[in-house]
Ligand binder design. Structure first.
Ligand code: RDZ
Length: 292
């Protein structure tokens, strides 16, 4: 079936000469329905079946606005039903839509390729126990328990201040990740085995990776508040990177979940730094803790 010639904007070209003059119904005039009507009339004049012309008009991006049915319906013709929204999207994808779909396809393909420890029978299945150990090193519970323990044992105000902020950072991270996971609701990859150590209900979702946010947040926190020798600093960064990579290798996450997790964790540290709790701006918190 031949389709109408279109201008760069996707509008039919086969219309009367007056269409460029700014008269009502012309593109310049903005009369979308009238414009479609004219293209139908011209198809009648050239002997094309009106039913085919209607079909072709329904393929038009202009028609996607839903203005045509009223215009085309004569006294004896019922207007054709409007296209469902999802069909319109498919017929007229935007550049951003194509870019996002392509990114998603690459993400899924790459994540599947990298998921080499997703099961015991996977190509790198023998490294799975090591990856799961790494998983525990970035889990929220050991970090929370460790911070609370150190906070109880700390006998200096300076140490208490840093640990109080570490606790705040960990809680903020749990909250933000749970919030985004609950909003986005992206399923974990199909090849993931849900055999993780203690999870929350939102952890059935994968975007963003909570381990990646914690890895970025904790490593930035440690690098800024612990005086460490260079080799140890390198080790902290390596730990964060390998932990993120292991999420994809275990099949727990897609690459974009981890990439966004790193970004979010990095930003979370900026929030913590900005709201830094101290005996000056949160005296109640520190007094309460010192009385424990
Ligand atoms: C129960 C507590 C305190 C934390 C849950 C930690 C957890 C299981 C996060 C999920 O991480 P991924 O999103 O990387 O799989």
């Amino acid at each position: 079936m031949p389709s109408p010639r279109r201008s760069v904007e996707g509008r039919p070209l086969g219309v009367s000469a007056s269409s460029s003059s700014g008269s009502p119904g012309s593109p310049a005039h903005g009369g979308g329905s009238r414009f479609e009507f004219q293209s139908l009339l011209s198809s009648r004049a050239t002997g094309v079946d009106p039913a085919c012309a209607r079909l072709r008009a329904s393929e038009s991006p202009v028609h996607c606005r839903g203005s045509f049915p009223q215009a085309a319906a004569g006294p004896s013709q019922a207007p054709p039903p409007p296209l469902p929204e999802e069909d319109r999207m498919d017929l007229n994808p935007s550049f951003l839509g194509i870019a996002l779909r392509s990114l998603l396809a690459i993400d899924l393909w790459l994540s599947k390729k990298l998921g080499v420890c997703a099961g015991e029978s996977s190509s790198w299945g023998s490294v799975r126990p090591l990856m799961k150990l790494l998983e525990i090193s970035g889990h929220g519970i050991p970090w929370l328990v460790g911070t609370l323990y150190c906070l109880c044992r700390s006998d200096s105000w300076a140490g208490r201040e840093v640990l109080m902020n570490l606790l705040f950072a960990l809680l903020l991270d749990l909250l933000l990740v749970a919030l985004i996971k609950g909003l986005v609701r992206r399923r974990r990859p199909a090849h993931n085995q849900m055999d993780m150590f203690v999870t929350l209900s939102v952890d059935k979702y994968s975007f963003p990776s909570g381990h990646a946010t914690r890895a970025a947040l904790m490593s930035r926190f440690i690098l800024n508040h612990l005086v460490l020798a260079i080799p140890l600093r390198v080790l902290v960064v390596l730990w964060a990177f390998v932990l993120g990579l292991s999420r994809v290798m275990l099949g727990r996450h897609n690459v974009t979940d981890v990439a966004f997790g790193f970004f979010l964790g990095y930003m979370q540290y900026s929030i913590v730094d900005y709201c830094w709790l101290s005996p000056h701006n949160a005296p109640v918190l520190f007094l309460l803790w010192s009385q424990q």
